[in-house]
Design a protein around this ligand. Structure first.
Ligand code: MN
Ligand code: MN
Length: 404
């Protein structure tokens, strides 16, 4: 067994930032060495002890790990932070996490009144509110209007090409996670209202809007909008414009009002186009795993998985076929990825609840449970493969338990 339990190392690093660095460095230099279970050796040369302490399963992989997998983890803490007077934004796309071809993510903060400029883009946009409140607006191709206020745990979905905005509300604005259905998405390359106005001749703008050309030509530059300060909007009802009616499928969804599937060691909420009808390209699960619990061994038959870790500490083991398997460590603010169809599990290795989102570029959520598969396969066939006898096959469970 590992003589240096990672739980004691990691649990000491949850405190204040200064304490984290000092404690992690001291413990990593003094204790955490790339040697365990009779293999490896100490690391006397240059090293980054904080990184080592954050990635104990990279430094000391389980002996079942083998071979080469692409990197399956990237932290928003390693993403460039674009700051403006209205808030900030940072992204994890295929450029940061090379394996992530299907999905890209953005983490954005808007101060009260802070506004993400009116814009649209080629990708569908799914979002989870992490903190605070926002007013979101959109208009669809039939001129139908959508305005709503969203709060922590709420979702929204804007279909590809539909123009929209996001604005922070009182008291302290908001923070949210955006998920786009294309890994090559770039938050810097969306179609911005002001950007277009600045690149249309004033005469053309005048002709389009039935106004004198002299009215135009002074549009503020893109770098002064994008995310910028505005007064906090008033009551929601006053912002609802009913001209052509509302969009037929709401672009928002209250995920935390959905009753979770409760399990002995955690709970799960699944949201896709069957219950959040507007969300045609992204499906998701909000998973909570109690200490000692685990997201069971499973895989997804329809799409790769993009993960965002909300709280706690976990580690994920991924099986890539051909004898290849790797283990990665995660904490709040990290992004994980599971390439299409690869088997995996996620263990809570901390002392508090592990909460994370699984997202898929698919209209519906689907997973295949290893346990359920074997339980519903002829017993002699399973025993012939694994040499585990009646005690193993007798305890297999025909009911799926996402968290065990
Ligand atoms: Mn957008
Ligand atoms: Mn999964």
């Amino acid at each position: 067994m590992n003589p240096f339990p990672r739980r004691s190392i990691l649990s000491s690093s949850v405190g204040a930032a200064g304490g984290l660095a000092a404690a992690a460095i001291a413990r990593a230099q003094g204790v955490l060495q790339p040697a365990h279970q009779g293999v490896g050796a100490s690391d006397p040369g240059p090293r980054d002890p904080v990184r080592d302490a954050e990635n104990p399963d990279i430094l000391n992989p389980p002996l079942t790990d083998q071979g080469t997998l692409p990197n399956l983890r990237f932290s928003f803490a390693d993403s460039h932070m674009r700051q403006t007077d209205g808030g900030w934004t940072r992204q994890i796309t295929q450029r940061e996490l090379g394996v992530s071809t299907t999905i890209a993510g953005v983490n954005m903060r808007l101060k009260a009144g802070g506004t993400r400029e009116l814009h649209w883009h080629k990708e569908g946009e799914w979002s989870y509110m992490l903190y605070g409140s926002a007013r979101i607006t959109a208009v669809d191709q039939n001129g139908r209007n959508f305005v709503d206020d969203v709060h922590e745990g709420d979702l929204w979905y804007f279909p590809s090409g539909v123009p929209h905005s996001i604005q922070g509300l009182n008291d302290d604005g908001c923070e949210f996670l955006l998920v786009f259905d294309d890994g090559s998405f770039n938050e810097e390359s969306t179609f911005l209202l002001n950007d277009w106005f600045r690149h249309i001749p004033p005469e053309v703008l005048g002709k389009n809007f039935g106004q004198p050309a002299s009215m135009f030509g002074n549009t503020p530059p893109e770098e002064r909008r994008y995310i910028f300060a505005l007064p906090v909007p008033g009551a929601l009802d006053a912002d609802r414009i009913e001209g052509n009616g509302r969009v037929p499928e709401s672009f928002s969804y209250r995920l935390l009002q959905q009753a979770p599937q409760k399990l002995p060691h955690g709970q799960v909420r699944i949201v896709d186009s069957t219950n959040f009808k507007a969300s045609k390209t992204i499906s998701a699960a909000l998973v909570e795993v109690e200490p000692g619990g685990m997201r069971e061994l499973h895989w997804h038959p329809n799409a790769a998985e993009w993960q965002y870790y909300l709280a706690g500490e976990g580690r994920m083991g991924v099986f890539a076929s051909g004898g290849n398997a790797r283990t990665f460590d995660f904490r709040a603010g990290d992004v994980g990825y599971v390439p299409f169809a690869m088997g995996h599990y996620i263990e809570n290795i901390g002392s508090s609840t592990l909460r994370f989102l699984e997202m898929f570029r698919s209209p519906t959520f689907a997973d295949i449970s290893l346990n359920q598969w074997l339980a519903l396969t002829p017993r002699e066939l399973v025993q012939g493969h694994l040499d585990l006898g009646d005690q193993f096959t007798g305890h297999l469970d025909q009911t799926k338990h996402p968290v065990v």
